[in-house]
Design a protein around this ligand. Sequence first.
Ligand SMILES: [Fe+2]
Length: 394
Amino acid sequence: MAMESIDSGRFQFTLHTHVHVGRGVSGRLPDVLQESGFRRIALVVDGGVTANPTFVTLRDRLAGSFDLVHELVNRVSEPDYDYLDECRDRLAAKPFDCLIGFGGGSSLDLTKALSVLITNPGKALQYRGYNLIKQPGVPVFALPTTAGTGAEVTPNAVFTESKEKRKFGINTSLYLPKVAFLDPLLTVTCPKSVTVASGVDALMQAIESFVATKATPASRVFSREAFRLVFAALPKVVREPENLDHREAMQLGAYYSGIALMNSAPGPAGAMSYPLGVHYKVPHGLAHAVFEPTIVRWNVERGCTLYEDLYGLIDGAPQGLDPKGKGAEFHRRLTALYDEVGIPRSLAPFGISPQDVRFLAEQTVLLKAAIDFNPVPISVEDITTILASMIKQG
Ligand SMILES: [Fe+2]
């Protein structure tokens, strides 16, 4: 059985943020702020949500009941460290008691990082890495408007370093949201392309965190449920974007995938996504997803049976197969999902040519830690082989 590799007696698990889940729960925000004694508030709002009717109503209520000292509308899909400094300078001039973030992964990452850059001096770049922040941040309230990374609960905020052309995180628990509101009404206006790119990112987090060598029995509870929910709901939400049951399932799945990832580890597809995002401007979710079917096949062909467990969670999947058969069928089902919702499985649509392979492989290897969590050892040569095979694939 695949679980045997886990030492179930020795692991850690963490979860900090209080959550309100369900349709309309974002409407509780003013009361929660009031009860906590906050008066002067600042908002970070993703440019994509400003026309969402639930957001508009809530924003008006907030503006009517509180001293709204600043409203930062973020129109940058993948912010860099210079932008982060610029936003911090704008906010720092206006004292506020708490920061409220409305947005997808990038905007919530921006909110979290700004919270600690207000209370810790100096340039944002000096805090890239793990646990370099010293002072707790301004309290954060998070309202996700896409179903993606689960940024509302994770101690990671990723930004691009423009000069080195690499992505780095400011990683700390000191900016973790005090309360998050998972209201599907805030995601209902999310456009199809963003729904797919963020939804598949949640799916990648579920799969990679499940098979990672750092997975624990507790993290796997969340990986499994995240996978089950997102795998079933993603094609449905693409077909029926206004169906709140599907939006709710996606939002919950994304939240669980964030919990799973923060208590396990990413994998090679996550590492390979960074250079594709920075150098070829591929949206993060797609950059992450494009590699996964190839990684799954690579692992299955080398005897990894861990996908068997996830395969069993796919609705209607035939169970009378041997472990290798289930791994192969898991790969087939995954690629069928990609084809259904329109996610590429080859690098060709992103303009990557055979000459780019070496450079991409070198950039990927800089994130060696994520690669090392793969259940099957992967070398630099393997990464090059995998990338080359993905240019040929149709
Ligand atoms: Fe990702």
